[in-house]
Design a protein around this ligand. Sequence first.
Ligand SMILES: [Zn+2]
Length: 504
Amino acid sequence: MSTTAVRTPEEYEARLRDYSYERSEEGRAVRVGEKEVSEQAAIVARYADLFTEAQIEALREAEGAAGGDERERLYRLRKTCEGGLISAQLAERGDALENAIIATRVTFRGREMPLRAAQARLAVLDLYADREELGDLERTASARLNPDRLEFLTIAEDLEAEVTGDADPIARTEEEKGISLRDLERALVAASDVTTEPFLRLRERWFDRILGPDRDDQPTSGHVAYVRRLSPLASTYSKERAVPVCLETTLALGFDLTAIPNIRLDLEDRPQKNPRACVIASDPPEVVHLITLAQGGLADYQAFMHEAGHALHYAGVDPRLPYTFRAISRDHALTEIYSYICEAITREPGWHALHFGLSDELAAENAQATVFLEALLYRRYTAKLRYELGFWSSFATERGSSSRDYSPLLTEATGVRYDPRNYLSDMDGGFYSADYLRAWIRSAQLRDYLREEVGEDWWRSAQTGEILRELFAEGTRPSSEEIAGRLGYDPLDTAPLVADLSNA
Ligand SMILES: [Zn+2]
């Protein structure tokens, strides 16, 4: 590795594009169940020359001499190089962990199934007692992987401290995201607190309707996937209509998803397919995969709309932008604004009336159910961020050995009982929770803006599409906070979000 020539930023960017493409495609194949074995390590080995100390230094030097957008581009290339150096050393362990998850089985009522199939099944089991039983089996099986997860996380953190030269995971994250996590936390907790009362009303009502009168006062997290499907409404939001309705919904904004060849739809059911919908932008705007697995219920529609927002963003990127500003971002807070705004359409009573032939009263009631879900998830993520901040600020001494306040914080915020054993599996890397939460604030601001500019019909207006198209064209260049400025909001202004969550 040490004999490899150091590349110029342009050569580096071009080769990085090939590498990212291959890794994305490999990740996709495993995620959708086309491949049973993850072989990321082989790809990483083939591109090992991309990720060297010397290359990081060269990029850092070029960055120091540049200004404006060019400096930002070089910063992102350097951070990607650092990240690659870290993941090259983690790839084998990462594959081993992924393969261990794939190999984990749960036996429920005499039937053996992969862990991921058990997770998918929890969303569709109609009996409360069945979900209790399978939920516990799933958590127990998943918890057996905790030593592997912890080992991976610890090694990853140590490597990151070493490569970046910054041993403080929180300061490191704040530098990269360009925000204060503590200020964000304060704004989020305040918004969560002032919406507690409407949330409690919604929760009692919808928990009773979805889980039945015999439910536990605090149901376990094994019921959450089922709650998110809003099963009592499942016959209205059928599995079969999910794709056609969502295609019509995006078409009303002026986006014909079936006529955008760059967006490749994967709607197939395979046993090892991860039930969580996602977009994999292997080479934006050229190659963008939109992956979902319909299981029936409103959640399919919400997941599809969410991912459609990501797909339209990446497929709508101006192809003339340098690769870095088409594909690489400091974090995910920007693209999540666009997924959230598309998903927000499913909270419009008019959308329910239009596509499902409901009376205004019923449409309003079902839309209220989606506000409840939104509030539940928002509170869950705010609690997650609080827990993660504690977890990482004490990492130097605790080394991730304790589940800390994971269970009490999440349980208190949501009224759902979270198992402390989930404290590692329920954590995405790099404070992704903070990116989601920034998008929660921002998409509510954007919706307010669209209401002003377009009107109450923003969710079915081509004018909304025009506004979004212009934002998409900018690729991954702007930060979420820059978008706030353009819409005329302070980045931490949660007033539109609070109005959204109280609207019940
Ligand atoms: Zn997303």
